[in-house]
Design a protein around this ligand. Structure first.
Ligand code: F0G
Length: 435
């Protein structure tokens, strides 16, 4: 584990139920409210009195840290520690997570007639997905609390991240995966980092349900996004994005939705920046689901987000194959607060969007491409208007799901052929390459 050394302030926090508002002194192992079983959120009571100068000073402090070699400054999470729960630096588990590039995509922006389109590529994190920001935060809390075991249920990315960060922290990890539904790349990562990998004969929702009972009977710390500290790490993507945009708020941020924690975290990050006066308006945060795994879309359409309508999830974008998302209430609040849209996209739309990004030199896994597929729909419907600015959240690296790309009928490998220049040139001529 990385122990870090210099001093800096951090925030005093409380845990509060998102539904009934009650404060929880000691969370249950599943981080559910003791009164109404809903999810908890971290909040910072002192910020109600925060001065405008506090916000302005933060921008300066964060900028100065960018050149620092200290692990807590090099991390794209811990660099923003004034807005995170207080933790002793000896417990911080970090690998320079965050620090994800914001890549401008001029080709697609001009096709969609947007003033500017960028991709915040969280697939560039240490284990190749956005999960690392949240896991760094939450596993540090587990370390501080003295846990030796951490656990999660996962469609693959969380398990890779949990396994890696547990290894860094000298802790043991236990991951429950839906058998046959996790890409080989993600499975290999969890194994390589030394996780105890258990495949269950159920889907992601079933794994999470089993884990619910396991943590009641086994002393492992839950690292799924029901854990509110996960969202504290993940909200820093909003801070980092605003720095990269020189604090000019985009009109739209588009994010894929599965268990719905990332969209919730993003909304929380922007709302906190606004509360502290670092930004004056919020972007519209729109959430995109796969058509075969669209419980939030259905709930918004059919009852305005008052009740969740779970579905039996099915999609080739396996990362978001989730039918009963835990953070749905938080996500509905983000849609309402920011005025974002909630859309679903077909398998074909996801595949085309992924290929379009690929043509721009930007790779991502299928679930991430749902964001572009959704943006295209929102442009077509007029929700995203000409000349507006948008940021796509790309959640995972393209190498997470190689089979998806190799099985595309549109792609062809030529050969095998003779190892001979004439054969190569004849093939190129046959393909009309060079004209
Ligand atoms: N994109 C990718 C690449 C993901 O791995 C996930 C979730 C999402 C989007 C959706 O984010 O759940 O916060 O709405 N993956 C989880 C996992 C469920 O186990 O790796 P969400």
């Amino acid at each position: 584990m990385k122990a870090v050394s210099s001093s800096s302030p951090a925030a005093i926090h409380l845990l509060r139920c998102v539904h009934c508002g009650s404060i929880q002194d000691k969370p249950t192992p599943m981080f559910r409210c003791r009164n109404c079983s809903e999810l908890l959120e971290v909040f910072y009571p002192d910020w109600a009195q925060a001065s405008r100068e506090f916000g302005l000073r933060l921008k300066e402090i964060w900028r100065e840290r960018r050149g620092s070699p200290l692990p807590e400054d090099a991390s794209g999470v811990w660099r923003f520690r004034e807005l995170l729960p207080q933790i002793d630096r000896g417990h911080m588990v970090t690998m320079s997570e965050g620090n994800a590039p914001l890549i401008e995509i001029v080709g697609i922006a001009s096709k969609l007639r947007l003033r500017r389109l960028s991709a915040k590529h969280q697939g560039m994190n240490p284990t190749g997905s956005f999960k690392d920001t949240g896991i760094s935060m939450a596993i540090s809390m587990a370390h501080a609390a003295g846990f030796r075991f951490v656990c999660c249920a996962s469609t693959g990315n969380t398990s890779a991240s949990v396994a890696a960060y547990a290894a860094r922290a000298g802790m043991k990890s236990i991951v429950l995966l839906p058998a046959g539904q996790v890409t080989s790349g993600k499975l290999a990562q969890a194994l390589e980092y030394g996780a105890n990998v258990l495949q269950l004969n159920t889907d992601f929702d079933g794994c999470l349900k089993v884990l619910h009972d396991v943590v009641e009977r086994f002393p492992a710390y839950l690292l799924n996004s029901l854990n509110p500290y996960r969202l504290e790490g993940q909200k820093t993507v909003a801070f980092e994005m605003m720095e990269q945009l020189d604090w000019r708020v985009p009109d739209h941020v588009i994010v894929p939705g599965g268990n719905l924690a990332n969209s919730s975290a993003l909304g929380k990050g922007f709302a906190e920046l606004q509360q502290l006066g670092l930004i004056t308006r919020l972007p519209k945060i729109s959430i995109i689901q796969a058509a075969g795994a669209n419980p939030l879309v259905r709930s918004m359409r059919e009852n305005g987000g008052e009740r969740l309508i779970p579905v039996n999830a099915e999609t080739r974008a396996t990362a978001i194959r989730i039918g009963n998302p835990a953070s749905w209430r938080k996500a509905v609040a983000v849609l309402r607060q920011t005025g974002g849209a909630c859309e679903d996209v077909t398998e074909q739309e996801i595949a085309s969007a992924k290929a379009e990004l690929g043509e721009q030199g930007v790779g991502c896994e299928p679930a991430s491409a749902a964001s572009l597929a959704g943006l295209k729909k929102l442009v077509a419907s007029g929700f995203v208007k000409q000349d507006e600015t948008a940021v796509l959240i790309l959640t995972g690296h393209m190498l997470k799901d190689v089979d998806y790309m190799l099985s595309s009928p549109a792609r062809r490998v030529h050969g095998p052929m003779a190892a001979d220049p004439t054969a190569v040139i004849r093939t190129l001529e046959g393909l009309n390459v060079g004209n």
